[in-house]
Structure formats: C-alpha cells, structure tokens
Design a protein around this ligand. Structure first.
Ligand SMILES: C[S@@+](CC[C@H](N)C(=O)[O-])C[C@H]1O[C@@H](n2cnc3c(N)ncnc32)[C@H](O)[C@@H]1O
Length: 258
C-alpha cells in the first residue's frame, strides 16, 4: 500500500471540492479577509519579514494570509492540485510565495536551516505515520532561535468519532467524504494514523525543541465534526458537549529551537 499515492489522490479530489466551498470562502479571501482563526491570530509571534515555512499548506489560503501579515512564505503540500491552486492565487493577488509540491517528511530530509518560523495547522498530523520524522523536519528547517507553531484538532475529537486515541503503527484505511458543506457524496480512500497530544509534545522534545506553551481549547473554530453546536455568545466557536460540558477540540503548541 503506497499511502502517499492514496492520500495524494484523495487530496487532489478534495481540493477541487474545497475551492468551491463556503467553508473555505475563496471569494472572501480574495476580497482581503484572512483565513486564519482567532486561535492562531492570538498566539503567533510577530511575522514582519520573518522567513516562514508552512507545512501541509493545502491550497495556500493560510500561507497567503501569513504573507499578508508580512511573512516571507514557503508552503509545502503533497497535493499537486492544491499547489497549482495556491500558485494561481499567489499570482492573481500578487502575493509573493514559494509553493513546493512534496511529502513534508521527504522535504525535511534535504531542507536547510533557513526559516525563522515553521507553521502548521488543523488536520495535519493524522496524515503522517511518524511524528519523529515530522519533528526532525521542523528542527532541520528552523534557524537557531527559530519558532515553531501548531494549532491542531485535539485527538479527543477523534475518540468521539470512533477512532483510537492511542497511536498504532497500523493505519486506518477507509473511504470517507470530505468535510466541506458542498461534499457531493464522493468518497476518497484515505490513510490516517492517530497521534496523542503527548506523542506530538515528546516528538518535538526529542528533536531538540524547547516547548514554550501548550494550550487546549473547548471549541473548534471550524464547524467540521458531527454534533458540534454553535456557541451562543460567539458564533465563530463550535462546541461538543458531553454531560453538558464542553470537550477539548483544539490544542496548540509553541516551541523554540535552541
Ligand atoms: C486538512 S489540510 C490542512 C491544511 C489547512 N488546515 C487547511 O485546511 O487549509 C491537510 C493537508 O495535508 C496535506 N498532506 C497530507 N499528507 C501530506 C504529506 N505527507 N506531506 C505533505 N502534505 C500532506 C494534504 O494534501 C492537505 O492539503
């Protein structure tokens, strides 16, 4: 089983659906809105003139939003359809960006330490079999003193959907539709692995990074799981209640390379 080929085919199909979705709101982005959420916007360091690497950048909305904040951006993603659309948006909007179509773990084997910030977010770790190779990719990419930031869906959310909390070497292989509202019923074969919060933290520590903060959030900024309820006071927050109490849906980690 070539998991990269299967996931690449799935993300190529999904990209064609996503670019027309309300969920991604490309028109809003083109008109100047940021695609970033309150979580990243509240936690990212100043980005003016920082060389920033965005791992698993999909079709570039977040990468180009980070460029609008002053960063000099490079995005890497496995999907050639996503990278093609990212390049198209960069050209159309005259926002400078480099986009690379590659498996991030292969990218990490040859990358030079040249980035001030490495950024990645929402729906990224489950596609990777090996978080030690992922953390080494980050460590290899950063200059000394460089900062890493991840905001990711909490693995607790996976448990509620019937997946294992704990890591297994054997992946889940299944046919699944995508998460945008315009998902047509087409199913893609996807290959994913569960990773706990401590797996991510320990992989970063073993790669030599110093963790400076870990936060957990009782809401998702995206309405992308079954059973989410819109928060009554903040319409951009979606919560999952268990015994009437909110479950953790997102975590973030900040780290620095010595
Ligand atoms: C849910 S998106 C995450 C990006 C961002 N949250 C968004 O929604 O735009 C997951 C991305 O990971 C990419 N991906 C999956 N496996 C990858 C790999 N091994 N190397 C690089 N990119 C990968 C997919 O192509 C997809 O664009």
């Amino acid at each position: 089983m070539d998991y990269l080929e299967l996931n690449k085919a799935a993300w190529n199909q999904r990209t064609q659906i996503h670019i027309h979705s309300k969920f991604y709101d490309v028109a809003g982005f083109v008109s100047g809105q940021s695609s970033l959420t309150e979580i990243e916007l509240g936690e990212l360091p100043p980005l003016q003139n920082k060389r920033l690497l965005h791992l698993q950048c999909h079709f570039g909305l977040d990468t180009l939003s980070l460029a609008r904040m002053g960063a000099i951006v490079t995005g890497v993603d496995l999907s050639d359809a996503a990278i093609e659309k990212a390049n198209e948006l960069s050209k159309e909007l005259a926002i400078e960006a480099d986009f690379v179509c590659q498996d991030i773990l292969a990218f990490g084997q040859t990358v030079q330490s040249q980035f001030d910030v490495v950024f990645t977010s929402f729906g990224v770790l489950c596609w990777l079999p090996d978080l030690s190779a992922w953390a080494n990719t980050i460590a290899n990419s950063l200059v000394s003193g460089g900062q890493f930031y991840i905001a990711e869906f909490h693995p607790f959310a996976d448990v509620i959907q019937g997946y294992s909390y704990f890591h297994s070497i054997q992946p889940d292989i299944e046919k699944e539709g995508t998460y945008t509202e315009n998902c047509s019923g087409d199913l893609q074969t996807v290959v994913t692995w569960p990773h706990t919060l401590s797996d991510a933290i320990n992989a970063l520590i073993k790669a030599g990074l110093i963790i400076t903060s870990v936060n957990e959030y009782d809401f998702s900024p995206y309405n992308c799981f079954k059973g989410l309820k819109r928060n009554k006071t903040n319409p951009n927050r979606f919560q999952l209640l268990y015994h009437n109490k909110p479950l953790p849906l997102v975590y973030s980690i900040c780290a620095v390379k010595e």
